[in-house]
Design a protein around this ligand. Sequence first.
Ligand SMILES: Cc1ncc(COP(=O)(O)O)c(C=O)c1O
Length: 649
Amino acid sequence: MATSRAEQKRLESLSPFELKNSLIELANDNVKLEAVTMLNAGRGNPNWIATEPREAFFLLGRFGIEESRRDWDEWDGVGGMPAKAGIAQRYRAFLQANRNEPGASLLQRSFDYGVKKLKFDPDAYAWELADGVIGDHYPEPDRMLSHMERVVHAYLVQAMCGGKAPKQPFDLYAVEGGTAAMCYLFDSALINGILNKGDTIAIMTPIFTPYLEIPHLERYQFDVVELKASRFDSEGFHTWQYDPSELDKLADPKVKALFLVNPSNPPSVALSPESRAHIKRITETSNPGLTVITDDVYGTFVDGFESLMSTVPKNTIGVYSFSKYFGCTGWRLGVIAVNRDNIFEGKLAKLPAKRKAQLNERYSSITLEPEKLKFIDRLVADSRQVALNHTAGLSLPQQIQMGLFALFDLLDEQRTYQETCQTIIARRMHALVKGMGVKLPKDPHAAHYYVELDLMNYAERYVSPEFASWLAQNFEPVDPVFRLAEKGSVVLLNGGGFDGPEWSVRVSLANLRYESYQDIGKWLREIMEDYYAEFEKTSGGTSARKAVGAKKAVATKAAATKAPAAKSEATKFEATKSTATKAAATKKAAAKRAPVKKAVAKAPVKKAATATAKKAPAKKPTAKKSTARKTTARKTTAKKAPAKAGSKR
Ligand SMILES: Cc1ncc(COP(=O)(O)O)c(C=O)c1O
């Protein structure tokens, strides 16, 4: 190993996103030495984009420029500002004249949708589109353009609320992605006394690392209670769901806020309806003042997804980002949603008089009635230090592109785009498990954007407790990710860094081509084989005999669940989507093929990297890291990860 255990231990205190940079360094060396293509499967950036809404945006841009020239065309290279009068008629004529251009159909349908379904005034709507796309005004209203807000609202109802409109609408604030949403929310919650320094907050883990790190910053110093996704199914597989006893921690009114990512990151599993109902009961009984901040970036990857925004709208602040689903991380598009019927205005009204007076003073430059300023409008003002409220808001072209993404999905009645995205991911999942020679159970709550592979649980359960404790004693939990980087040039993130199981790894299924996942699966398998070979050398016969027994069962199960390799790509995918049912049908026949794997050393890998490794009966042999990860500056040079070339995505 190029990286000593002591060095690994030192690096373990970093966020996985920073540790990744060290791994990339190793992997790059490997590329140089061995000409192996580096596979950075740690990244959550998707490698696909939604094309049609972008085509619509660019075509709309041409209309915006035409309107600008129409207003003022005296100077070369200079235009005026689109005029509202008669613009709807001109827009229709433009769309008719360009009806064969890429994006024209979506623009036409989007316009009809706004006018007919949302009852927009045609001129006002067309003007917002034309003026917004060329970006010739400061955002007005600053929170969000009014037509785009209605459009995105409709999208959120469809995508985040299982199609059920809330009793009261959400107010939306368009922001620069989920990243900005988080910054603004932590900030304003503290400024406005929704949360106070030192408060007790709950975090559902495993979780996206900023939610673990921000609460410990000096200005917050929150007392963090973790709710762990500790559930296993009847076969002992991780479900990444929460026991009622974990959720009951929220019943204590001392817990002021709950932060969650739903579907989670890394496990990528949506909260079950039972858990949502449980949280709802708690907010209706013992802890009505609980603030819920839910980050639902991955919701669109689960059919019929319903967020806590929909289940407990009064208590919830919703964060949604367009980044992942539409492949637009570079656009920086997100929204914060606060229901009009919420607990936050009540909290502001109940603040101590002194605090209220201070806040009134703070916002007095932007309204004559600061005490009536809604929480969401305070968020907008705070995002620009109040003093720059008049230039606040997300850039208008960004808002227009956001609206077009939303319209594109709203108008996709056959759900073609969503299915395509899900298919892309499912095929990669298929390739990964094929490489590993394992199967993952079907879970309707799974988004599969990432998969969290629990290596230690497998070692304990499927090989032997001796093998597991040998691993724990001799290696750091991050050792597998270092081995992968050094040996296979694969960069994964360590799941322990997300406060998931220490020996788990996160594989993003979003950012590499199909073939790469086969390689990752294969390399993961080899890593486990290497461990096992080392273990055999040091431990002698007893453990080996146990492992032989384990091997048989594992090999049989693995072979039984193998997807039919000889089929066409399309059929392969079919097989992946219905692995659970197909596996049952082929189990008998495949069981006959099971003894194919002979070497004992090969045994563990048949289940080694399963994302849903069996529940470990023994207690974890490694010490759990605290959530208070060191957040000191730690920039290293991140190099670009070239995706492996190949025809299939
Ligand atoms: C849960 C979660 N929230 C927010 C973000 C950041 O998203 P954005 O690109 O919208 O800033 C990510 C990115 O990985 C994420 O996983």
